[in-house]
Design a protein around this ligand. Structure first.
Ligand SMILES: Nc1ncnc2c1ncn2[C@@H]1O[C@H](COP(=O)(O)OP(=O)(O)OP(=O)(O)O)[C@@H](O)[C@H]1O
Length: 489
């Protein structure tokens, strides 16, 4: 919370206390049958205090309304006007409209198709062609085993709450965020400390566990927005659309929630195509499907959308990038984890400085943050309304080691438009293990090297005798032990 906002909230609380005291004084004078002139003077003082309070409220409202996190009435009205125009001119149309539509599904009309095709052409030019990336085009329908290996079957979830009477579903974090935003915007009587607490909740929202979210929802008395009925405890809901492949129904599959898995499963062939050399990048543009819990915000959160993704494969011991110097001096708004946790705002910083101070994990990640900045600003995004926000520890997807979102400020507040993550070797390792096909790269050393390695060689027979039924778990635990090779005797 800015210093002036905090001072105004405190001043407002002081004014209210003074008004209460003066109101009591007026009542006491009247009860004691004081002289009219004395009562008039006290009433005048009370009116002056009320005017001062109204003026402080106006100042506070102006500050709160300018806060990028908070939607104002003006913004909502402006957005509605834009949405009406875009729909009337067929930029987009709610899908299946004649059957009353389906939330989160939209068609593009002729001008919408033209804009989409221009943006994708520029994306291809800026990333795929300028960086010599290997483009692929994989199916949307994906067998379960692929998404089981990648972790999506078990972990691609959002926390959901249900209206306990009607069963209507809501995203738990969205309800909590809406509550905090509305309270900050509309209830000017809340204390400075309460306002700071609500802002902190918004800042760490993505970091909250199901239990923490549930506790906050109870503490604030949040109910179902449409019915005011009580809500269930939050629980995870998997966002993937399930299907089955072939007529037997025996081969489960999912509509892909991201295009990246198609790249990972083709790593071996792409690496070969690239002359068995690292680094290289592969790219894919295609449809992604997510069964969002309660889609809103128009085209910003839909159940089927076009994703353009890049996977850049790099030596984990050398995350330099040959073209890093081309972006090193780019300066833009960055919002590191620490600043978010301590309630500060995003700050202008050179990407080179962020990398050298260790705020951004490595040069390759820094290079792509810079390239995304250039892409978005060339598209026409206002530099003042663009920031790169680092994910909080719990917020990071199950595969990520460091993650930055490009966020654009619009009438809905700051909205994530691009995710840039260091996924480490999570996916390649997972698919190697599940498929039995090693998805690895080799480095030829200049000079031969001798390496000593600790090797654990479990004797399965002995393990069986010692651990009986738990033998499998013991072997699995040994298998995930880092830096240890396992040989079975
Ligand atoms: N339902 C959706 N509709 C439209 N675009 C989406 C949707 N979900 C994600 N995206 C876009 O795809 C990009 C990559 O997805 P990513 O997996 O990083 O999103 P996410 O972090 O899971 O989103 P969130 O946490 O907000 O649900 C995001 O930066 C966002 O721009």
């Amino acid at each position: 919370m800015g210093a002036s906002e905090e001072a105004l909230r405190r001043a407002l609380a002081d004014k209210q206390a003074a008004i209460d005291a003066q109101g009591n004084a007026v009542r006491d004078l009247k009860a004691a049958g004081a002289a009219k002139v004395e009562i008039d003077a006290a009433v005048e003082a009370l009116t002056a205090l009320k005017l001062e309070k109204a003026s402080t409220e106006r100042q506070l409202k102006a500050i709160v309304s300018n806060d990028g996190n908070i939607n104002t009435v003006n913004r909502d009205a402006f957005r509605q006007a834009v949405v009406n125009t875009l729909e009337r001119r067929l930029f987009y149309i709610p899908s299946f409209k004649i059957y009353r539509g389906v939330a989160g599904l939209y068609d593009y009309g002729p001008p919408g198709c033209a804009v989409k095709s221009n943006v994708l052409a520029f994306w291809r030019q800026h990333f795929v062609l300028e960086e010599n990336m290997l483009e692929v085009d994989c199916p949307c329908v994906t067998p379960e085993i692929v998404l089981k290996a990648s972790g999506h079957v078990d972990k691609f979830t959002d926390l959901m709450v249900k209206d306990e009477k009607t069963g209507t579903c809501y995203r738990a974090d969205h309800l909590l965020k809406d509550f905090c935003k509305e309270k900050l915007e509309k209830d000017l009587s809340i204390s400075a400390d309460k306002a700071a607490e609500l802002k902190h909740v918004i800042a760490v929202l993505d970091d909250l566990s199901a239990e923490e979210l549930g506790a906050k929802i109870k503490e604030y008395g949040i109910t179902a927005p449409d019915t005011k009925n009580p809500l269930s405890n939050p629980y995870p809901f998997n966002l993937m659309f399930q299907t089955s492949i072939g007529p037997s129904g025996l081969s489960p599959g999912y509509m892909r929630p991201e295009t990246a898995q198609g790249i990972f499963v083709n790593f071996k062939d792409l690496y070969y195509y690239n002359g068995n050399k690292l680094p290289f990048a592969a790219a894919q543009i295609g449809q992604a499907f997510r069964n969002e819990i309660s889609p809103r915000q128009g085209l910003l959160r839909v159940r089927e959308f076009t994703l353009a993704e890049i996977e850049h494969f790099v030596d984990p011991d050398d995350k330099s990038h040959p073209k890093y110097n081309e972006v090193v001096n780019l300066e833009f708004l960055m919002f590191p984890r620490e600043e978010q946790m301590s309630g500060q705002s995003a700050k202008r910083m050179c990407i080179g400085e962020a990398v050298s101070r260790g705020i951004v994990n490595n040069k390759t990640l820094g290079y792509f943050i810079g390239r995304v900045y250039l892409f978005l600003t060339h598209l026409g995004i206002d530099k003042e309304r663009l920031r790169f926000r680092q994910h909080l520890a719990n917020e990071m997807a199950h595969y990520a080691a460091d993650c930055w979102d490009a966020e654009i400020e619009c009438s809905y507040g700051w909205i994530e438009c691009v995710g840039i993550a260091d996924r480490s070797a999570y996916d390649l390792k997972a698919h190697s293990e599940k498929s039995g096909v090693p998805l690895v790269a080799h480095e030829k050393f200049q000079e031969p090297r001798e390496v000593e390695k600790l090797v654990i060689a479990p004797v399965k027979k002995e393990l069986g005798l010692a651990f009986k039924g738990a033998q499998k778990n013991v072997v699995e635990a040994l298998e995930v032990t880092k830096d240890v090779e396992i040989f079975y005797l």
